[in-house]
Ligand binder design. Structure first.
Ligand code: BGC
Length: 749
């Protein structure tokens, strides 16, 4: 070969090698211009068996390994759902001791639901998603959409109320807002996780109608409309299988009927059985053997069900890799959407914008339950002295409550909010009134408040009554807190009543001052035996960092309240189906025999919340959808665009709403549908649409609702499908479930 030919061949080969190398430098799985499915297949084809096993279980409390050899990043998770949790140690629940991990605390999800405003859900999702992203989190463990079945459930504050339609409408924008940041939501806890009592061992027994009509719709909306990239399976059992590996709910319904393509993440320590974990729909195992359900050991993560136990079964030839590949594909999908998403924004943390968003959501979610004699808003021109009474006026509420506990950068207490808004114009005096729970610690995060008080109940009460009797207004701020057996994970409440002798104190205050305003802070309904003694009541939830400012703006009227209850306040516990039928907390005989797995029969079926009260003709203390304003709204001239609709058609209802009061305000107009001649038992009415409208004083607007057969359908268990039966219906338009202002009959033909 001559020299120049040799040189040309060498140069050409070098060119070929380099161009191949260059091509290899951007493998398909890293090429963001390629469709995700193609990238997933490419990554999968490059992974060893061990790497596949590694990627489907945790490597620390909140992370799973990626594939280091291939540059596929780890996945980092964080609670959720109302703020970004502070960093814990690699394998401990204790604090990592970072000094840059405080967050902005958003209001709890009950408050978000109480806004009845989808724009607020989007804003919430966008803002918390930005915080998650800034902290380099890939998956936000939330939001929660378990239905409010009993007011005793300690985790209701993390959820969106008792109605499947309301929860569905609110969860979708939340997801979209979060995921726009390249952070996945992990909607929880799928499903039937409606009590904390014996939460790892309750086996839920219910009929298919209740399952499909009440407990699943919000999850279905999260999957099909919100397109959530992950879902967290629950602790409890259904059909005697734990939800973290449940053939019926995960395989048949979630992945089968709904076509969910994302990843199913176990709740922390919720996995119990290797084979079920392999076959029954779980994709990513977290929290097992690490002080989750059982204690950890040195090789903790290798001992996971989806770790060595799984690997051994494959290597022994006992089972194949079809299920494994499916799990890996789903986890890779989650990774590509999040930690491998090069286009995602950088996020932001603790910004003034987040504070403004959180405050706005808090202000819109506060519910004015009662306002006799227009005691509210407070008129500072005629007020010299305001007494603020109650522990919740000063107690930090962002610490505690379980996994949603936060290390907030700041938290404005109600008392501080009131002082800063009203302190210049009136004298504000504070009296404790009662001592509830002076502790303030969760997983090493301390509130830093010393709430100990050695005075007797009598002394505290006397002081409060004295102060109240000398003031123009008394603002009592009490309710529940985030301690065990209150609004807190892992335990339920003992009863509907307020703890710490608050009832007696409220009555004593009412006896000495006519201008008593009670502010109940909770994520649950409470009994109010003093309701007729008190002129004004506000439901203020766990409102997060801006709590005090939001409460003060509503008290003074800077903000006209427009929140509506996302669940019923019953007079007594037995006004709720689960309690009337004595099905809570589970089978009595089994409780007596201390059986580990406890059957809970949801005998009330579809009659949850207002559906039960309507059926039984029970008057609630405050009904679902209730919430007053400082102005008044008139509902007039409701009309339908036709008298009957065809099964595949639509019908439109319009109603004229006028603000007849003196100030601007917002009203949530609610449409309920009543099936007048159903073949199966149906609730007397069900929420099927709502709209929040803002009206200036004197302004009027037309609100319209267009519905199709989905609003008329029930789940037929025989046919296993949604059915709209021809016949007579009624559209009920009103301001709450018990304040229907306009009714229109129509027919489905
Ligand atoms: C809770 C989950 C939470 C997880 C991680 C579990 O105990 O049930 O809601 O996301 O812990 O903290």
């Amino acid at each position: 070969m001559n020299k120049s030919l040799f040189l040309s061949i060498s140069i050409f080969s070098l060119f070929l090698i380099t161009s191949c190398k260059q091509k290899e430098a951007v493998p398909i799985y890293q090429d963001t211009s390629k469709p995700i499915e193609e990238r997933i297949e490419d990554a999968l084809s490059r992974m060893t068996l061990k790497e596949k096993i590694d990627i489907i279980h945790a490597q620390s409390k909140f992370s799973s390994p990626g594939v280091p050899r291939l540059g596929i990043p780890e996945l980092w998770m964080t609670d959720g759902p109302h703020g970004i949790r502070p960093e814990v140690l690699w394998d401990e629940w204790e604090q990592a001791g970072w000094t840059n991990d405080s967050c902005f605390a958003f209001p709890a999800l009950t408050c978000l639901a109480a806004t009845w405003n989808e724009d607020m859900a989007l804003l919430y999702g966008q803002s918390i998603g930005e915080e998650a992203r800034y902290r380099n989190k890939d998956v936000l463990l939330g939001p929660g959409v378990n239905i409010y079945r009993t007011p005793l459930n300690g985790r209701n504050f993390e959820y969106m109320g008792e109605d499947p339609y309301l929860a569905s409408r609110m969860v979708v924008p939340y997801i979209q807002g979060v995921q726009a940041n390249g952070v996945a939501t992990c909607v929880k806890h799928f499903a039937l996780n409606n009590q904390e009592y014996n939460r790892h061992g309750v086996n839920i027994i219910l009929d298919d109608r209740a399952l499909y009509e009440i407990y699943l719709p919000a999850f279905k909306a999260a999957v099909q409309e919100g397109n959530t990239w992950s879902i967290m399976a629950a602790y409890n059992l259904y059909k005697n299988e734990h939800l973290c590996h449940n053939q019926y709910l995960l395989n048949d319904i979630l992945k089968g009927e709904w076509g969910f393509k994302g990843a199913v993440v176990s709740d922390w320590g919720g996995v119990h059985d290797t084979r079920q974990a392999i076959y029954n729909g779980l994709d990513l195992e977290f929290g097992t053997w690490t002080d989750g359900l059982r204690s950890g050991s040195s090789n903790t993560y290798d001992s996971y069900h989806l770790a060595h136990a799984y690997l051994d079964l494959i290597e022994n030839g006992e089972i194949g890799t079809e299920e494994l590949d499916d799990k890996v594909r789903r986890v890779l999908g989650l990774t590509f959407h999040t930690s491998m998403n090069k286009n995602r924004p950088f996020g932001s943390m603790r910004t003034p914008e987040h504070a403004a968003d959180g405050r706005r959501i808090a202000e819109e979610g506060i519910v004015l339950l009662k306002n006799d004699r227009q005691v509210l808003p407070i008129d500072l021109a005629t007020t010299k002295k305001i007494a603020v009474i109650g522990e919740n006026a000063i107690k930090m509420m962002t610490v505690g409550g379980g996994s949603s506990s936060l290390k907030a950068q700041y938290e404005i207490s109600p008392l501080d909010g009131i002082i800063s808004r009203m302190g210049k114009d009136a004298e504000i005096v504070y009296a404790r009134g009662y001592v509830g729970d002076p502790t303030g610690e969760y997983n090493g995060v301390v509130s830093g408040q010393d709430l100990n008080d050695t005075r007797s109940e009598q002394e505290l009460m006397e002081e409060a009554v004295q102060v109240a009797s000398e003031s123009d207004y008394v603002i009592f701020i009490g309710g529940l807190n985030k301690s065990n057996h209150q609004d807190c994970e892992d335990s339920d409440r003992y009863g509907l009543g307020l703890p710490y002798n608050q009832d007696q104190l409220i009555s004593a205050l009412a006896a000495v001052n006519q201008n008593l305003i009670v502010i109940n802070i909770s994520g649950n309904a409470v009994a109010m035996p003093w309701v007729n003694e008190v002129p004004a009541i506000l439901q203020a939830w766990f409102l997060g960092s801006e709590a005090g400012n939001a409460i003060a703006s509503v008290l003074i009227g800077d903000v006209n309240p427009s929140g509506k209850l996302p669940f019923t306040f019953p007079v007594q516990l037995t006004d709720i189906g689960a309690h009337a039928l004595e099905t809570y907390p589970g089978d009595k005989e089994q409780i007596q025999n201390r059986r580990d797995t406890l059957d809970v029969h949801y005998e009330e079926g579809i009659f949850v919340g207002y559906r039960w009260l309507d059926k039984e003709n029970i008057k609630p203390l405050f009904s679902f959808g209730h919430g007053l304003s400082y102005t008044a709204f008139e509902y007039a001239r409701a009309k339908a665009n036709k008298k009957s609709m065809l099964v595949d058609g639509t019908i439109r209802f319009t109603v004229q709403i006028k603000n007849t009061g003196q100030r601007a305000g917002a009203e949530v107009v609610q449409l309920y549908i009543s099936d007048k001649d159903a073949g199966l038992p149906r609730p007397p009415k069900e929420l099927k649409a709502f709209k929040k409208i803002f009206l200036q004083a004197g302004e009027e607007k037309q609100v319209s609702f267009t519905i199709d057969k989905t609003a008329l359908s029930f789940f037929d268990p025989e046919k296993h499908e949604w059915v709209a039966e021809k016949g007579k219906f009624e559209a009920l338009i009103g301001a709450s479930a018990s304040d229907i202002r306009q009714q229109i009959k129509f027919e489905l033909r």
